[in-house]
Design a protein around this ligand. Structure first.
Ligand code: CS2
Ligand code: MG
Length: 402
């Protein structure tokens, strides 16, 4: 079998996506997600100008060799752009291989380890009352696990609580939207949020919270301790993920479970955290970790240290990434949970998917391959529009983590 054509499709059905589509001489095609929120065209060019020409004529079944060729063979390795580009190709190749084997991808990985995939979704509010109500709505929809975020009094808008939180960036933003942050206001308020949520909704629901990289280790330790009463499923991105040693300090002070990794793009980014069991969940996902080949390796490494998987699944991960994640989620023995923030209707029209959601659980479906495709004609109706993730500043103007 030979690769005959590689298409890089950039479209924007409500937010920007980068998709790799690989064609073969036996008529099989495969698709992969290569979306990097806010820097999409960098990945598209890396693919179009550097990797796609090297794929023509190669055997698409040699997935591992192609992965190594584009990783080690690049000399300049790692990083979000490189690994998203490799991910798009790798995911498309696994799609082709599973189609050639006439089976769903999870069967090729080793078969199902569970009947269904537990997921968590998002609930947020501009204030505590709104957030409590949003959790109730998600419970009614059948979710068993809910991430809760809230606006902080005195701050104009906070991560995960504004209209932009739906797509993580607004297509009408010609420059990054600037948010204002105060750690002290946040640290005082969040325990009140979870007191109210537990009082209103009890204990038969898993609650999660995303601090989004904004605290120092001692601040994260304090928040973890202050939230122990709420028995969170996890506290996510408590400190900037690069500061792996900082998790040692947090771990010393609190038993609140910790999750990190959505911004990581190689196993080396997470090695220390997992070896020292400084985290409980690894958030790496197919599109940012370098594809199925790489994420499977990371998941196996995590299993050695009792770290469970928790693939990132916000809306800037395309339905293709979610689909590929779900095949890994169904197979992986040390599964934790899958994020699912839902998609705008037009996104699901552009990316017809075999995966399904029912009563708080997802399933990849039994379609051959990873079960997701792209409707190229429809995608053309949504041309790329430059858009940025927000940036964050402290009240004195200091640029801070968003
Ligand atoms: C968030 C993401 O879902 C999450 O855990 O951290 O929504 C994140 O803000 C976006 O993926 C950034 O593009
Ligand atoms: Mg997050």
């Amino acid at each position: 079998m030979k690769i005959t054509e590689v298409k890089i499709i950039v479209c924007s059905p409500g937010r920007n996506f980068v998709t790799v589509k690989i064609f073969t001489d036996e008529g099989l095609t495969g698709v992969g997600d290569a979306t990097l929120n806010g820097r999409e065209l960098a990945v598209a060019s890396y693919l179009q100008d550097h990797l796609a020409p090297l794929l023509i004529g190669r055997d698409p079944r040699r997935i591992e060799d192609i992965w190594q060729y584009f990783y080690k063979g690049a000399y300049w390795r790692r990083g979000p752009v490189t690994m998203a580009a490799i991910a798009g190709i790798d995911t498309a190749l696994w799609d082709i291989k599973a189609k050639a084997a006439n089976m769903p991808l999870y069967q090729l990985l080793g078969g199902a380890s569970r009947e269904k995939v537990l997921c968590y979704t998002h609930a947020q509010g501009r204030d505590i009352a709104e957030a409590v109500e949003a959790v109730g709505k998600r419970k009614e929809q059948g979710y068993k696990a809910i991430r809760v975020q809230v606006g902080i009094p005195g701050l104009p808008d906070v991560y995960g609580t504004g209209a932009k939180s739906v797509t993580n960036n607004a297509l009408d933003d010609a420059v990054p939207h600037e948010e204002t942050w105060s750690t002290s206001k946040y640290l005082r308020y969040v325990p009140e949020l979870f007191k109210a949520v537990r009082e209103a909704h009890g204990w038969d629901i898993e609650l999660l919270h995303d601090t989004h990289h904004r605290l120092t280790p001692i601040e994260a330790a304090r928040l973890g301790k202050d939230l122990e009463f709420a028995r969170l499923f996890w506290l996510e991105d408590a400190v900037a993920a690069e500061h792996q040693e900082g998790f040692r300090l947090i771990r010393k002070h609190t038993t609140t479970p910790l999750a990190v990794g959505e911004v990581f793009n190689t196993i080396w980014d997470a090695r220390l955290l997992m070896e020292e069991q400084l985290i409980d969940y690894i958030r790496m996902t197919t599109v940012h970790a370098g594809g199925v080949t790489a994420l499977r390796r990371i998941m196996d490494f995590a299993s050695v240290y009792n770290v469970r998987t928790a693939c990132h699944g916000a809306m800037d991960m395309s339905p293709i990434c979610l689909g590929a994640n779900l095949h890994l989620d169904l197979w992986v023995p040390n599964f934790g949970i899958q994020e699912y923030s839902g998609y705008l209707p037009q996104i699901l029209e552009v990316f017809p998917s075999a995966w399904s959601l029912s009563d708080g659980y997802l399933h990849p479906g039994e379609a051959v391959g990873h079960g997701v495709d792209i409707d190229e004609r429809l995608a053309e109706k949504y041309p790329y529009q430059r858009a940025y993730l927000p940036v964050n500043r402290l009240e004195d103007g200091t640029l801070w983590h968003w």
